[in-house]
Design a protein around this ligand. Structure first.
Ligand SMILES: Nc1ncnc2c1ncn2[C@H]1C[C@H](O)[C@@H](COP(=O)(O)OP(=O)(O)O)O1
Ligand SMILES: [Mg+2]
Length: 232
């Protein structure tokens, strides 16, 4: 009986080990704020100073929309123009792939700034389901500024950005979506003591040198160590 059991297990072991792999566990900061709050601008600056990789959910979706042969291109286009939130499965699969590709290339790159996600309760639940075991969300960096400032910055950006959603009509909807759907997500994280707020109404230079933000990121880049997850 015992020898049959041992025999069975040893037969299965090579197969099991063949399928086990070690992967770095991404350490994540969600970067949230209204459209035009300066998330992208500040993330580019942070990446230059600290060991983070910046992933913008909006940029990944726009790239996917432009990718030849993308089955989701049309759907993404409609959602973006309408200022609506793209279904979570699409956004998560793009984020997950981008994180895996980054870590495959360089396993030291396990710290991520994920900008513009999660945008609503559905995004949050989708992340929890797909990613909670595979990544640690350390905190939310919240760029706080008024709707008026957000709209004016986006209209200014729209003069050169070529973005289909930097116009007053899309912006009105985007601000509404932000207030109705994204703010409650920030509030949820606030209740967990995970929100770090930065006054984003100040100049680019003032925000990027905000000592509160810099000390948080410095600590993160020094003291978040590599962790592995075992994948079966
Ligand atoms: N603190 C700041 N003061 C003035 N303009 C800013 C600013 N931060 C960013 N901008 C400009 C750059 C862009 O043209 C526009 C929107 O910035 P962004 O980084 O693209 O915002 P987001 O990624 O949050 O939508 O505003
Ligand atoms: Mg952006």
């Amino acid at each position: 009986m015992i020898s049959r059991l041992v025999g069975n297990v040893s037969q299965k072991l090579p197969n099991l080990f063949h399928r086990v792999s070690l992967m770095m566990k991404p350490q994540v900061v969600f970067v949230l704020g209204g459209p035009g709050a300066g998330k992208g601008t500040q993330c580019s600056k942070i990446v230059g100073k600290y060991s983070f990789t910046h992933l913008s959910a909006g940029d990944l979706l726009r790239e996917e929309r432009a990718r030849e042969g993308s089955e989701y291109g049309g759907l993404i286009d409609t959602y973006i123009k309408e200022g609506k939130i793209v279904p979570v499965e699409i956004t998560i699969s793009l984020l997950k792939k981008a994180m895996e590709d980054t870590m495959k290339k360089d396993e030291q790159k396990f710290r991520f700034l994920i900008d513009g996600f999660p945008r609503n309760e559905d995004n949050l639940q989708g992340w929890k389901k797909a990613m909670d075991d595979n990544a640690d969300v350390k905190f939310v960096l919240f760029f706080d500024c008024s709707n008026e400032v957000c709209i004016n910055r986006c209209l200014e950006r729209g003069k050169n950005s070529g973005r289909t959603d930097d116009n007053r009509e899309s912006l009105t909807k985007r601000i509404q979506t932000y207030l109705q759907s994204t703010r409650p997500v920030i509030d949820l994280y606030e209740k967990q003591g995970k929100v770090r707020t930065v006054d984003a109404s100040r100049s680019v230079e003032e925000v990027s040198t905000c000592s509160h933000m810099l000390s948080l990121l410095l600590l993160a880049s020094r003291f978040w160590f590599k962790r592995h997850v075992i994948l079966f």
